[in-house]
Write a protein that binds this ligand. Sequence first.
Ligand code: PLP
Length: 424
Amino acid sequence: MDLSQYPLSEIAAKVGTPFYLYDAAILREKMADVAAATEGPALQARYAMKANSQRKVLEAAREAGLWIDAVSGNEVLRAGRAGFPLGAEPPAVLLTSDVFRDNALEVVLRHGVVPNVGSPGMIRALAEAGYRGDIEMRVNPGFGHGHVQACDTGGPSSKHGIWHEDLEPAIAMARAAGFRIAGLHAHVGTGPQIREFDENMAKLADVFGALLPLFPDAVSVNFGGGIPHAYRPGALHFELGHFRTFLLEAAAMLSGIAGHAVRVEIEPGRYPVAGMAILAARVTDVKATRANEKGPGNTFVMTDAGFNDLVRPAMYGSYHEISVVGAGTNRAPEPMVVAGPLCESGDVFTRDDQELLQPRPLGRPDPGDLVVLHDAGAYGAVMSSNYVSMGRAAQVLWENGRASLIARRETLDDIVRMECDEAL
Ligand SMILES: Cc1ncc(COP(=O)(O)O)c(C=O)c1O
């Protein structure tokens, strides 16, 4: 995002720091790009709303013509509130979860939302609850890739889906329960490099081709999400045009095998939303440690945003581009570690996936400057917490040259609202 377009200091003065700023134009453009890449009856994109479930984002997905992949009962209901039809045919909202928790089963039963089952236990749970509709089946195809190992979404170390060699008993179980298996699903990578993503998609097409004869009722095959976003400056941007060609070929190949039309679906989460947001934080101090026998010294830029606001660097060592706005903008870059307010050593935005500090060349800011973490629209606000009773950051939407508050900062009253003292 080109920061010169936004009155960041004015917004900060109004809503406080840290805050998320979403650019509606970028959001719409990216949603439209995904819609264009999947245009036509053979293809369909579902927005994986786990990446960002803010109502404005869901509305943009709906207006672009995307459908939804939800992963909890409440996500399904939020999609409904944003105008997606629940229980529609074909299913505009799919529920992909590893476990039916809270109201997930009730939402399936009451709203007719199609569940995407990832374990025999989920089939049993549906049958016991009296469900009698369509299901989809999530397969673990034996391979997958994540931007770190913790994000592996397929293969022996992944908990997702039913192992590809163990499908037949699960299919028999679903049939015995009277379910029609209307779709086949896999998600094999989240945040991989472009080459790995392309390779995984090609392998997945072959796996789906081999498995499809086991699923004679399948009318859709879902290749999951994971379209890479270019987080690092200079990184290659994913070519959606080539991907469309691949998806159309896959749809033709799979329809040929099935002997009827098979819709090919994808469900990107990160791709349409990562680049439409920043997290802006206030610099409170700049301080240094000195080298000793334990290691080199570091310069720390202390900010008021922490891993409670954006957890990806602390959790996965994820890279977010960082800019200084204010006096430090034009100063010669020096290696700086950008850190937050939490009493946690890992509360640092510039670290790698081995938890090692990775100082960044930045102009030395003055206290009071802003520090901006870029590409914070995916798995940012949704993964934030109120750890140490700091309220979740405000969310601001920038649209047609104007800022509006779309989620206020969480207050102490919000935080303590659930506390109670009730006999059970
Ligand atoms: C089933 C499923 N689909 C889609 C996605 C979206 O992945 P991404 O945000 O990397 O596109 C995820 C993310 O983990 C997922 O679990």
